[in-house]
Design a protein around this ligand. Structure first.
Ligand SMILES: *[C@@H]1O[C@H](CO)[C@@H](O)[C@H](O)[C@H]1NC(C)=O
Ligand SMILES: *[C@@H]1O[C@H](CO)[C@@H](O)[C@H](O)[C@H]1NC(C)=O
Ligand SMILES: *[C@@H]1O[C@H](CO)[C@@H](O)[C@H](O)[C@H]1NC(C)=O
Length: 529
């Protein structure tokens, strides 16, 4: 039963939202049903004027540090520039270690690298799991363990369905028949591979609410080892072919996918579920967010180029992508404002990874058979080689590491390799293959510009990520909150410092993050906490 003031608030809210909806940028945006606003719970009592009660965490995948610098300098009226007006920009922010989307997002959520959270790529290998579909004798899998782990759209029930075959909430679109098996013949979900807890789990254990959106149901990963970190995890399938969609190869289509994420995050900002429906006992989550793919997809397309010849200035396609995503960020900020939560909400905008190379003239597409064939020619048997702008190599027999390294180093330039990383140097960001069942034996840093692909003649991409060069790992980072003195902090920082920063902003104990504590757990400098 609405009291008089409550109704007035609801009507004002509705008016503001309709005004937002009428602006051209929002025209294609599906609004939550109007009745929802009447059921909106009253705003929680403010504890103090600008105490942070919510953190919106956004990854603009592919956004380099240089892209953000350019955007802030050239688009002073943009949503990101507005956030920077009460924010700290970190132009020297790097992803530690491998920059596939899996370790990229886990850096933000666990505060650690693959070394501590145990996850290397969406396509990796485990020495102690069995492949999906392995026959079981009673409760025991048959044959020896060891299987490539492909944790992407291939896990879904139905790729032709935009949500992967079920609702797309909390991993329900993952078909267990597509999962690897453990020693008891039980399916292993992506989140079970984590060896470190997440910020969501720490927030949950403090009784707070969490929500996240990502690009495949396989991002069940972000639930953390408990499988319970995220109250609402919304994962529409980016690789669906529903009604001829091809989000990841068509520049004009990918913003439509990002709009699904923007819609969910905006709905959470109002205290609703991802579709804008009131949810009893829900309220605005303490941590919510997700990622945008438009910048990343545009950078990977072979034509047109995403950057001018200097490899820094966004070309037309990238400008459009940046405008789209800036619009999504602005919309989310507007909804936070409509909900009256701006004084109590911090925004963290960063990128899980960049894309390499930015300079089209550096691009060198090499066949992904080169490295595996060089190993086999030297009598080394790889169990799995995962390659984009990197090679991750798991061997059948760990005693062949030296022979493998020798073969790769002997012909490094022809193989596209700048550095072969193994032994103690690899342990800086990866687990010990002698004890971790998922750790690779060797990782390469490629010659900047090298991208391994199935068929170079097809020119199927202009860039990718996963590797260890600057264009892969030197990414945007901006933290904004009410009352923050605007500044640029030029210290070298790592994106994994986002995890303790989120918790500290919320007044939670960041030393509860296990990966972060193993690798060093300093919240980002320069912020007034
Ligand atoms: C199944 O396991 C039982 C008990 O270990 C064993 O005796 C039997 O040979 C196994 N069957 C097959 C087909 O491997
Ligand atoms: C998969 O999803 C599509 C789109 O919703 C649907 O038309 C099709 O029947 C589904 N296939 C199966 C096997 O359920
Ligand atoms: C080095 O790699 C190139 C390209 O694959 C190959 O043609 C050549 O035979 C290799 N040389 C050696 C010494 O392995």
């Amino acid at each position: 039963m609405a009291t008089q003031p409550h109704t007035t608030v609801a009507i004002a809210l509705l008016g503001a939202l309709l005004a937002l909806a009428a602006s051209p940028a929002l025209a294609s945006y599906r609004m939550p049903p109007a009745k929802s606003y009447m059921h909106r719970p009253p705003p929680a009592k403010k504890m103090s004027e600008s105490k942070v009660e919510h953190v919106v965490l956004l990854s603009i995948d592919g956004l380099h540090s240089g892209d953000l610098t350019w955007w802030l300098a050239n688009r002073p009226m943009s949503a990101l520039a507005k956030l920077a007006m009460s924010g700290v920009v970190y132009p020297q922010a790097f992803v530690k270690g491998i920059t596939d989307s899996f370790p990229g997002v886990l850096a933000l959520l666990t505060g650690g690298s693959s070394k501590s959270h145990g996850v290397y790529y969406d396509d990796s290998y485990s020495r102690d799991l069995w492949c999906p579909g392995t026959p079981c004798n009673g409760s025991k899998p048959t044959g020896p363990p060891g299987c490539e782990l492909v944790l992407d759209e291939s896990l879904d029930y139905n790729l032709s369905d935009p949500n992967g075959g079920r609702t797309g909430i909390n991993g329900d679109s993952i078909n267990p028949a597509n999962l690897p098996l453990d020693k008891d013949c039980k399916p292993v979900y992506p989140h079970q591979l984590l060896t470190a807890n997440t910020i969501f789990e720490v927030a949950k254990s403090a009784g707070l609410r969490t929500a996240w959106t990502d690009k495949h149901p396989a991002y069940d990963l972000v639930q953390g080892p408990s499988g319970m970190g995220v109250d609402q995890l919304y994962t529409p399938e980016i690789n669906t072919d529903y009604m001829g969609l091809d989000y990841t190869h068509v520049a004009e289509q990918i913003p439509k996918y990002d709009a699904l994420h923007a819609e969910a995050i905006s709905s959470w900002a109002l205290g609703f579920d991802y579709q804008g429906n009131p949810q009893s006992g829900w309220g605005v989550p303490a941590i919510f967010g997700g990622n945008f793919q438009t910048v990343s997809v545009v950078a990977k397309l072979y034509s047109p180029v995403a950057y001018e010849a200097d490899g820094m200035t966004p070309a037309a396609s990238m400008l459009t992508a940046l405008e789209e995503v800036d619009g999504f960020v602005g919309r989310i900020a507007a909804y936070v404002d409509v909900a009256g939560r701006t004084p109590n909400t911090a925004f963290i905008v960063t990128a899980k990874h960049g894309n390499a190379p930015r300079k089209a003239s550096d691009l060198q597409l090499l066949p992904d058979t080169l490295v595996p064939n060089a190993l086999k020619a030297a009598g080394v048997m790889p169990a799995q080689v995962t390659q984009d702008t990197v090679s991750l190599i798991w061997l059948e027999d760990a005693s062949q590491i030296a022979a493998a390294v020798k073969a790769l180093e002997a012909n490094a330039t022809a193989l596209g390799i700048a550095e072969v990383i193994y032994g103690p140097a690899l342990l800086e960001f990866a687990g010990d293959p002698a004890t971790s069942p998922t750790a690779p034996h060797i990782v390469t840093r490629v010659i900047p510009g090298v991208v391994y692909v199935g068929n170079p003649a097809k020119h199927s991409k202009a860039g990718d990520h996963g590797g260890l060069n600057d264009d892969d790992n030197h990414v945007a980072l901006l933290v904004s909150k009410s009352g923050q003195k605007p500044m640029t902090v030029t210290d070298r920082v790592e994106t994994r410092q986002v995890a303790p920063t989120v918790l500290k902003l919320l007044g939670l104990d960041h030393t509860k993050l296990t990966a972060c504590m193993t690798e060093g757990c300093d919240p980002l400098p320069g912020l007034s906490y």
